[in-house]
Design a protein around this ligand. Structure first.
Ligand code: ADP
Length: 429
């Protein structure tokens, strides 16, 4: 039994004791007991009333004078309140500091509630996004940044990567938006001006595209002459090897220029063509014929498996060059008499085009970097096979345009599987 309860029982016994003797003398024990209990209850009610009054009116002051167990209850309530008050003060101080530092940030910071309505933003958000304090508070953010791409990103995510869009308020400027979710669907949006970065990126793209374009004509002329001379029966034998090499190298340069031009086109956002349904069986059959011709010297076994009834909604020329790059790689990096399996399949969520080979495979540390431009596992081997180092970069870009991704599985000396994973939305029956 707790000491408080003991005290309370003693208190009750004491009150009853006071009434016991007179009641016994007057032979009115029951009435005496009743009177004692009544006084005990009245005392409690009085304390309860005082406590209620204190809690209702000025519970931040020290508690009123109470007796017995009530004194202890009031003390405990008071202590809890004090602790809560201190915690609240601390929290408010932290929030105030966080807000001050967020206000000083150059990036626009915007907080939205569970419904995507504006709750708070810093000064940079006013400048960059044009939000107005006192006018826009509580408005849905998608009513203020009305770019459809932003609305889709904000409503559906995924937030693993941000998005880059032309500024909604400042023409000719570009903004990177990044959203993070916290609490119950509350979101914080960070936006910053990336115009300079965008311009540099654009300059790089234009430069590569222009140089590649300008190289095309001289290369065509050179290749033409080299071919004519190489085929000439009058060519002295000591020149034959030199011309053969010139022919090989000009072909390589041609491939490089073509790949660079294709990459530039894929990267530029301007050319938007309408996707069409691609008959996969038909396409894979054509690719097999090309692959057979390419692997003729190596006599590899090229197998096609079409396990899905779906067609692919996309740009056929780009899709063809992506698949062709994967198949050419499989042939290039697989020894003679090896096997290359090209498989089209699907499950409930995705369509899969996989190219599996029984070739030399790739060490795991290289896999994440394979789609970088000019990344080669083994430069000597790669140039010996005539690769440009751009094949997988092209595959990645084509897939990106079709909302697909490339998965790579490989084991050295066993083989590799490159799988293009297409979302259901680009599959049609
Ligand atoms: P390349 O023109 O050099 O083949 P890619 O971008 O197509 O350039 O490929 C990048 C590198 O990935 C290649 O240099 C090669 O080392 C490796 N690679 C690609 N496909 C395969 C494969 N099927 N088996 C083994 N290695 C491969």
């Amino acid at each position: 039994m707790t000491s408080l309860l003991k005290e309370e029982i003693i208190r009750l016994a004491y009150i009853l004791g006071i009434f016991a003797l007179p009641a016994w003398l007057l032979r009115a024990e029951v009435q005496g007991l009743f009177l004692g209990l009544l006084i005990y209850v009245i005392l409690h009610l009085r304390n309860l009333h005082k406590l209620h009054h204190w809690l209702k009116n000025n519970h931040k002051d020290t508690p009123p004078e109470l007796s017995g167990i009530w004194e202890d209850i009031a003390e405990n309530i008071y202590r809890l309140q004090q602790n809560e008050q201190a915690a609240k003060h601390n929290l408010l101080a932290i929030i105030a500091r966080a807000r001050t530092s967020m206000s000083a940030l150059e990036e626009a910071v915007v907080l939205t509630d569970g419904h995507g309505n504006l709750e708070w933003w810093n000064r940079s958000a006013e400048k960059l996004l044009g939000f107005k304090d006192g006018i826009d508070n509580g408005k849905p953010i998608i009513n203020l940044i009305r770019d459809p791409a932003f609305i889709h990103y904000f409503d559906h995510g995924p937030y693993t990567e941000g998005i880059k869009l032309p500024s909604w308020t400042h023409p000719n400027r570009y903004v990177q938006y990044e959203v993070t979710r916290f609490g119950h669907n509350d979101r914080v949006l960070i936006a910053y001006d990336i115009t300079r970065l965008h311009q540099l990126e654009q300059m790089r793209k234009d430069f590569v595209a222009n140089v590649s374009h300008e190289l095309r004509t001289p290369l065509t002329v050179l290749s033409g002459y080299i071919e004519t001379f190489a085929d000439s029966p009058d060519l002295p034998s000591r020149w034959q090897r030199a011309f053969q090499q010139m022919q090989q190298q000009s072909l390589r340069m041609n491939n490089l220029v073509n790949d660079l031009l294709l990459l530039s086109r894929l990267e530029s956002d301007t050319v938007k063509q309408a996707p069409k349904a691609i008959n996969m069986k038909h396409l894979l059959e054509q690719l097999r014929q090309e692959a057979n011709a390419y692997s003729a010297d190596k006599q590899q076994n090229i197998i096609i498996q079409v396990n899905s009834p779906y067609q692919l909604l996309g740009l056929e020329a780009d899709i063809r060059s992506a698949f062709s790059n994967l198949i050419t790689n499989a042939i290039k990096y697989t020894p003679a008499h090896g096997e290359v399996t090209i498989r089209w399949s699907n499950d409930e969520k995705y369509g899969y085009l996989s190219v599996q080979d029984t070739g030399m495979g790739i060490e795991s540390q290289h896999i994440s970097r394979l789609t970088e431009r000019f990344y080669r596992v083994d430069a000597a081997r790669s140039s010996a096979t005539g690769g440009t180092g751009l094949g997988l970069a092209i595959v990645k870009h084509v897939l990106l345009q079709h909302k697909a991704i490339l998965n790579i599985n490989s084991k050295p000396n066993v083989g590799s599987t490159f799988t293009c994973v297409f979302p259901k939305e680009v599959l049609v029956e």
